[in-house]
Design a protein around this ligand. Structure first.
Ligand code: NAG
Ligand code: NAG
Ligand code: NAG
Ligand code: NAG
Ligand code: NAG
Ligand code: NAG
Ligand code: NAG
Length: 411
């Protein structure tokens, strides 16, 4: 009697032990057959994992192209069963489910073109972690806690176009981390703690168009950092602690945007922005720039004037000919020499607010034939702001700046 009760208890406990499985909700998403998993609970590596669920009529596991695990359940490890069950998977998104580790073995024979592992708890990218997925074009690891990137971590993915590593804890990266990503167009390292980078780290990224280093802790940029990036158009390094820029850093003819706002720049070396034939915007606002070299942007003459749109020098930005807006607000400029603006013949908007301007060359307007907006708020000799400037209004404006002009004459 007691024995049979014991047996009964054992049997029931076996029967009610949760099977390690997850249920797919199958559906069509953008005409791709898709499995959505909500109730995963994987806390051990190699934990057995079954995927169950009812297919839509006429579909089977081999039709599944896309799998999402998003926001509910726990998936500390990626179960192999995912790739074994859905052998034709192309898009895998595992978001916000406490994924802790990724392993090279997980991604054997992987046919993924797109892999999103955002908002998880990944700390490390092991060497060649994704080399089993040679078809990847998008890899996103946004919002993890990645500190360690091993040698060749994300290398040799010949089709990869977008690599997102923003909002992690990176301090630096090995020089070969991104070796031979020959098709990479977009590399996002925004909001990490990067304080230095090996000079060659981007040297094999010949297709790179956008590099985002905003919100890191860089104090300088190695002069040859961008020298292999022959396709670079957008360079973002706002909100770092960069205190100087070597004049050869941007020796890239295709570059269209340079954002160095919110750094510790005190000066701009002559030549820094020369030979940038496609430049549209330069942001130097919110630095500590106290003077500009004469004709700072004079070599930065676009062969291609129609492409140049604006240079944001507010707090610290400068422009070139073709430049339409120059934002230099929030810097420490004291004297405005007319030759800052030589050949900025298309400049329409110039923001010099919140500097310490006490003197302005009275010929300034001669060099700014297209000026429409001139902001001089919060300076020493003036706090004026002029909008919709027309040629006929210039004598009146000049009159109201007489104090600044006189100060310049007396220098
Ligand atoms: C997940 O499984 C573990 C045991 O493997 C269990 O302790 C935990 O309660 C489960 N969590 C959820 C949310 O089901
Ligand atoms: C990258 O490619 C170059 C030439 O294409 C080759 O010499 C080099 O060994 C490759 N790097 C790696 C890490 O395989
Ligand atoms: C810039 O030009 C002004 C006026 O010609 C001159 O007084 C000043 O010394 C020059 N500054 C530099 C750094 O060459
Ligand atoms: C400004 O442009 C004129 C003609 O467009 C050119 O002759 C002159 O060299 C340019 N000045 C500078 C400093 O680039
Ligand atoms: C100039 O830069 C500031 C701060 O970086 C930004 O808020 C503003 O939108 C920029 N203006 C233009 C015209 O790009
Ligand atoms: C000019 O700079 C000031 C900061 O001093 C800013 O508040 C204002 O929005 C800027 N104007 C334009 C048009 O960029
Ligand atoms: C005026 O400019 C100074 C820097 O020159 C800045 O600290 C201050 O915040 C600015 N004030 C306003 C109202 O923009």
């Amino acid at each position: 009697m007691i024995l049979s009760l014991k047996l009964f208890l054992i049997l029931t406990s076996v029967a009610i032990t949760p099977i390690k499985c997850a249920t797919c909700r199958f559906k069509l998403y953008d005409s791709q057959y898709c499995c959505e998993i909500f109730d995963a609970n994987v806390t051990e590596k190699n934990q057995p994992f079954d995927i169950i669920g009812e297919h839509l009529p006429g579909y089977s596991n081999t039709d599944v192209k896309r799998l999402n695990v998003a926001g509910s359940g726990i998936l500390n490890f990626i179960p192999k069963a995912i790739f074994e069950t859905f052998i034709n998977l192309e898009v895998l998104s595992i978001w916000g489910v406490q994924l802790k580790e990724i392993h090279q073995e997980t991604f054997q024979d992987c046919k993924l073109s797109s892999l999103h592992l955002d908002r998880n708890n990944i700390k490390k990218i092991p060497s060649k972690a994704f080399s089993g997925c040679p078809l990847l074009t998008v890899l996103s690891l946004y919002g993890n806690t990645i500190e360690t990137v091993e040698d060749y971590a994300i290398s040799e993915l010949g089709l990869l176009k977008h690599l997102i590593l923003s909002n992690n804890e990176l301090k630096t990266l090995p020089e070969n981390a991104f070796a031979n990503l020959s098709e990479l167009q977009n590399l996002d390292l925004d909001n990490n703690k990067i304080d230095h980078l090996p000079e060659n780290i981007f040297s094999t990224l010949g297709s790179l168009e956008t590099l985002n280093l905003d919100r890191n802790s860089l104090v300088s940029i190695p002069p040859k950092l961008l020298s292999g990036c022959n396709s670079l158009k957008m360079f973002h390094a706002s909100s770092n602690s960069i205190s100087s820029i070597h004049p050869n850093t941007f020796n890239r003819h295709l570059i269209e945007l340079i954002d160095l706002s919110q750094n510790n720049l005190k000066e701009i070396a002559p030549g820094t922005f020369q030979m940038l034939n496609h430049i549209k915007k330069i942001r130097l606002n919110s630095n500590h720039i106290s003077s500009l070299p004469n004709e700072s942007f004079s070599g930065c003459i676009s062969q291609n004037l129609e492409t140049i749109e604006s240079v944001n020098i507010s707090s610290n930005e400068l422009t070139c000919e073709g430049l339409e807006a120059l934002n230099l607000y929030d810097n420490e400029l004291e004297i405005i020499h007319s030759n800052f603006f030589v050949n900025m013949t298309r400049l329409m908007a110039l923001n010099l607010s919140s500097n310490k301007i006490s003197a302005i060359n009275r010929d300034m307007f001669k060099f700014l034939p297209k000026i429409e907006f001139l902001f001089l708020s919060n300076n020493t000799c003036t706090s004026k702001k002029f909008t919709n400037i027309k040629e006929s209004k210039i004598p009146k404006i000049e009159k109201s700046l007489e104090k600044c002009f006189n100060n310049y004459d007396e220098l």
